[in-house]
Design a protein around this ligand. Structure first.
Ligand SMILES: Nc1ncnc2c1ncn2[C@@H]1O[C@H](COP(=O)(O)OP(=O)(O)OP(=O)(O)O)[C@@H](O)[C@H]1O
Ligand SMILES: [Mg+2]
Length: 366
């Protein structure tokens, strides 16, 4: 999506991805199939490019530094260094005074035993490295057996985080340029299922003070971390209206996919503008919208029959062209535009019902 947008803006594209069948490959002028630490491929990518960015967090920071010795890399590798490691990210948020759920660093069963005592109710053990889509997490409570849980987690380092009874999950995508100017999209309202983003609603249905607080936090975080590019800030809205920061993504974000249809400028274009030194585009919403992720589970009985979705007047189907559908794998998404967020939710949910049923899945909640 980033490459397609860059092409439309007149840029030529080089990509590096370890997978031969990566979705960006066919859209790129130069597609390098190599591991993220292949020095020769990194050098080729750098030499072929004017500016290099990334849209995936599990890249060694060292590799970005190697590219940065030849060409500009944005966001700076130091930003990825923080955001790709939950412990560093939490320490950054906490030490900068940004509100986030309570946590303890855990590197042994003994640490876990002590940490569990700190949080009397439910908690989550989250791996410090390589977590995404809820992977590398264990739900625990204060009665859990620390030795058993630590053995089951099979991770070298983690944080134990208190479970927070949020009323809503939000995200704010803020773009910041090299001159320090920032511009955020209005907040997105997200719902996850089994740790994976299920649905985004736009604009988020929030009281103004809550929306303003979310926007202010995202801008302050972008500034503090020295962001150039797009920063996704995932947040929890608490029953009191207070916001807690969950995590940071120094890249285009799944909740922003609907900006392609619902905003003057998409998140992809805004990211390209930020890293190429162009002025920002308008972020005002064009219409309410809902985005539904299409996971590999929908392919349980073969390629879905997309007719109900294709028949939706405000519907836009995106399929990423990934070669293999696996349960939980993000294969595409559906964006539905409508005159209210509620209509967008209802129309999308209804259109997906027969497709889900054909794959043996239950209907999504409204
Ligand atoms: N402390 C918490 N209290 C309650 N729910 C939580 C908490 N932490 C995470 N969750 C739930 O689990 C989801 C995934 O958690 P988190 O964002 O930390 O994981 P991730 O695997 O890094 O996800 P991502 O794919 O967004 O990178 C959250 O969006 C939220 O629904
Ligand atoms: Mg998350």
């Amino acid at each position: 999506m980033l490459a397609l947008t860059a092409r439309r803006m007149g840029y030529r594209i080089a990509v590096l991805d370890p997978e031969l069948a990566c979705p960006a490959g066919p859209v790129a002028d130069l597609a390098l199939t190599a591991s993220f630490d292949d020095s020769k491929a990194l050098r080729r990518l750098a030499e072929a490019s004017d500016v290099v960015t990334y849209e995936f967090e599990n890249i060694p920071t060292e590799s970005l530094r190697q590219i940065a010795s030849i060409r500009t890399v944005l966001p700076d590798p130091s930003v990825l260094h923080i955001c790709q490691h939950r412990e560093r990210e939490k320490m950054f948020l906490q030490s900068s005074g940004f509100p986030c759920p309570g946590f303890e660093v855990v590197a042994s069963a003994g640490n876990l035993a002590a940490a569990l005592k700190k949080f009397p109710g439910k908690s989550r053990l989250k791996s410090s490295a390589f977590g995404y889509d809820g992977k590398g997490q264990l739900a625990l409570d204060s009665k859990a057996d620390p030795a058993e849980a630590w053995a089951r987690a099979k991770i070298p380092r983690a944080i134990l985080e208190e479970h927070v009874p949020f009323v809503r999950e939000l995200s704010v995508l803020v773009a910041r340029n090299a001159q320090g100017r920032s511009l955020a999209f209005p907040p997105f309202e997200n719902r996850h299922s089994a740790g994976v983003l299920e649905r985004t609603v736009f604009p988020a249905r929030l009281a103004d003070p809550v929306a303003n607080e979310a926007l202010a936090l995202a801008r302050q975080i972008a500034e503090k971390i020295g962001m150039v590019g797009l920063l996704g800030v995932e947040m929890f809205e608490m029953p009191t209206g207070k916001i807690l920061v969950n995590e940071l993504a120094p890249r285009v974000h799944n909740s922003g996919h609907l900006t392609v249809e619902a905003c003057h400028t998409s998140q992809f274009e805004q990211q390209i503008r930020a890293v190429c030194g162009l002025p920002f585009g308008l972020v005002a919403p064009l219409c309410p919208a809902a985005m539904f992720n299409l996971l590999g589970d929908l392919w349980a009985n073969g390629e879905p029959d997309w007719s109900p979705v294709l028949a939706l007047p405000g519907g836009v189907l995106h399929l990423y062209g990934k070669a293999h559908a696996r349960p939980g794998r993000k294969m595409g998404h559906l964006t539905v535009r409508a005159s209210t967020p509620e209509d967008a939710i209802r129309l999308g949910t209804e259109a997906l019902t027969p497709i889900r049923q054909a794959a043996g899945l239950s209907t999504l909640a409204l």
